[in-house]
Design a protein around this ligand. Structure first.
Ligand SMILES: NC(=O)c1ccc[n+]([C@@H]2O[C@H](COP(=O)([O-])OP(=O)(O)OC[C@H]3O[C@@H](n4cnc5c(N)ncnc54)[C@H](O)[C@@H]3O)[C@@H](O)[C@H]2O)c1
Length: 404
């Protein structure tokens, strides 16, 4: 039987693991990215970001001989489009530019009857309203949103259930069969618009629940109540499951996708709008906590304060929309610059006053703010003994530790 040929477009955080998984499942994969440096790195046998198990997946996919990396698009039956989908900060709507450009490039080379699977997260109705109008030959459109979480991608790729949105049921079933070989999870087939909606709703559910925890943190702080104790006790109720508050929400999903609903349904998405604003207000809330603690401790020099963690979550190197970057922006607005920053996962200098060694960072500051709960800091809490600590994740409980 002829092997199925798949061209994966966009080899970033989602596209690369997807392409590798498909190759390992026995498909012929052409991985395409227009970033020639990235393609060069992959062809030199190196992965392009840090993720537990990624290098092993990369090596085993390469060993199958089923995958190649290129800047060119190919003439194949199946395409998986995995390019960025940011939102327009002003209108809050999805910015479909990358997806539309990728589809236009695919249309230049694809055969009739090709199947174009959009994995990128898109707002409900995007395929109908924006993609279908640019289709100039007979192809089938499918939406297969990705749910994997950075930090646990390898496990989730193999075990998560998947949603396949296709308006032609037969095509939906064929695509479900392809994905079914890559995951033990259930593969559900639905229509395109429902698939688009499910992905955005999943991330919105998370954003709203995180916002609730963040709002509780603010209310409890106002009356000097321990929010963690409240959540711990409330969660003993059989039908209550409150998440943990934090210094804000970042990344490419939870801090972005819910805005699509606010942008598209502004008079309806009220809870979502307020939730997103609450999450976005957290870095400022942390900055105010820093000022409060400095005042209490008679500290006047902001350069003696350091932010631990730059990525948007623990144990990953992805800084997109991260709370620390948001806090630094807020600091610029307050004209009180000088905060020091350190993250073990960020090897390049991307912000001012950035350190690359934990001990040097701690030596330079009196107050450390735990913005990200990387394993490194959890394993080195003893080093914080003589510091004032603002712990935004409730991982540190010795003297001189403040919480949100
Ligand atoms: N990162 C996550 O955790 C995550 C999780 C689930 C879903 N998603 C969704 O997956 C999609 C991709 O996100 P990502 O994090 O992988 O983005 P990314 O920025 O890491 O990767 C996108 C890649 O696409 C390439 N690219 C862009 N346009 C191209 C084109 N026309 N042709 C060829 N290559 C092109 C870029 O060079 C880049 O390497 C987004 O819609 C995102 O919302 C992301």
């Amino acid at each position: 039987m002829n092997k199925i040929n798949i061209n994966v477009i966009g080899l970033g955080y989602i596209g690369l693991p997807t392409a590798l998984t498909m190759a390992n499942a026995g498909y012929n994969v052409i991985g395409t990215d227009y970033n020639s440096e990235l393609v060069k790195t992959l062809n030199a046998g190196k992965v392009t970001f840090e993720e537990k198990g990624l290098k092993e997946l990369f090596d085993s996919a390469n060993a199958t001989g089923n995958i190649k990396y290129t800047t060119e698009y190919s003439n194949v039956k199946y395409y998986i489009v995995s390019v960025p989908t940011p939102y327009d900060k002003f209108s809050k709507k999805l910015d479909p530019g990358y997806v539309m450009n990728a589809v236009k490039e695919v249309l230049k080379v694809c055969p009739e009857d090709a199947v174009i699977i959009i994995e990128s997260t898109i707002s409900p109705g995007t395929i109908d309203k924006l993609i279908k109008p640019i289709i100039n030959k007979k192809v089938h459109l499918v939406h297969a949103p990705e749910r994997i979480i950075p930090g646990n991608m390898m496990y989730e790729l193999k075990h998560n259930s998947r949603t396949i949105g296709a308006d032609d049921l037969e095509i939906g079933k064929k695509v479900a069969e392809i994905y079914g070989k890559t995951t033990d999870g259930e593969v559900v087939v639905t229509d395109i618009k429902s698939a688009e909606m499910t992905k955005v709703v999943e991330n919105t559910f998370r954003a709203v629940n995180i916002a609730f925890a963040n709002e509780l943190a603010k209310i409890c702080r106002h009356d000097n109540i321990d929010v963690y104790e409240i959540i711990r006790i409330c969660n003993m109720h059989p039908r209550v499951n409150i998440l943990q508050p934090g210094p804000g929400v970042g990344g490419h999903c939870i801090s972005v996708d819910p805005w699509f609903l606010v942008g598209d349904y502004p008079s309806l998405a009220k809870v979502i709008d307020e939730s997103m604003k609450t999450n976005d207000s957290m870095p400022d809330f942390v900055l105010n906590r820093i000022y409060e603690i400095m005042k209490e401790k008679n500290m006047t020099d902001i350069t003696k304060v350091g932010l631990y963690g730059l990525s948007y979550k623990e144990n990953v190197d992805d800084c997109r929309e991260s709370p620390t970057l948001q806090l630094l922006e807020s600091q610029e607005r307050h004209l009180a610059t000088g905060l020091k920053v350190y993250d073990p996962f960020i090897k390049k200098d991307i912000v001012k006053n950035q350190y690359h060694n934990l001990d040097d960072f701690l030596k330079a500051i009196d107050l450390v703010v735990i913005m990200v709960k990387h394993n490194e800091i959890k394993e080195n809490l003893a080093k914080l003994q003589n510091k004032i600590v603002l712990d935004c994740h409730n991982i540190c409980h010795s003297n001189n530790v403040y919480h949100l």
